[in-house]
Design a protein around this ligand. Sequence first.
Ligand code: ATP
Length: 235
Amino acid sequence: MSVLLDVQHLHTRYGRVEALSDVSVQVPQGHIVSVIGANGAGKTTLMNSVMGILPSQGELLYAGETLRGVPLEGRVARGISLVPERRELFASMSVADNLTLGAYTRRRGHWRADLDEVYARFPRLLERRSQLAGTLSGGEQQMLAIGRALMGRPKLLLLDEPSLGLAPLIVRDILRIVRDLRDSGVTVLLVEQNARASLAISDEAYVLETGQVKMSGPAQELARHPELSASYLGG
Ligand code: ATP
C-alpha cells in the first residue's frame, strides 16, 4: 500500500500561537482518511497547511516528493485540490462558469471532457447549469464546490467539512458522493465534525485535539473506541 500524502511532524502557527504541534498523518493511495475533532482543534489549519495556503514547518511528502517550496499553484498542478470549508463559490456566476473556473490550470479541450464528467457525476448540476450559484440549495452548493475541485482532475482531494450546515439526509448524499469518488480512484482527506458519519465511509481516521493527534487507526476500530465514543460520537 503506497502512501500518497505523508505529513510528518507538522507545526503551523498563527503568530505566537501554535495551532498544529507535531502532527503526523498518512493518507494511503485510494483511501478516505478522515480527521475529526472539535471546533478549533486545527482541522482547517491542517488542510490549509497541506495546500500551501499557510506556511508550516515539518515535512510534507506527496507521492514520495517533498512539497517544501512548492507554492499553492504548483500543488494544484501536481493533483492536490481543496474544497474549502465555506465553499467559496462565485455566488453571482452560473453553475457552468463556476465549474469552468475550476479548470483554470487545464488546457482547453481537456476541460471540456472534464466538464462532461462532472455533469455525468452530478446530473443536478447539469440541470441547473445556467442558475446562479448563490441561489442553489446548500447541498447543491456543496456538490458544485466538489465538482469545481474535480475540474482540476485531482489525485488527492482535501474536503473541509463538506457536511457543514446541511440537513442529515443531504449529509448522507454528500458522503455517498465522497465514497464514490474514492471508489473511482481519488484519494480523499476528509475533515468532519460529523464524526460518526465520516468514520462510516473512511478507511483510517485521526482525532485532533488542540493541535495534536490524540488517536488514530482504522476507522472501524475508532468508531468502536469507548473514549472516542463518549467525546465525539454522542456516547
Ligand atoms: P472548526 O471546526 O471550528 O473549523 P478547526 O478544527 O478547523 O475548527 P482551525 O480553524 O484550524 O480549527 O483553528 C485552530 C486554532 O487556530 C484555533 O484555536 C483558532 O482560533 C486558531 N486560528 C485559526 N485561524 C487563525 C488565524 N487566522 N489567526 C489566529 N488564530 C487562528
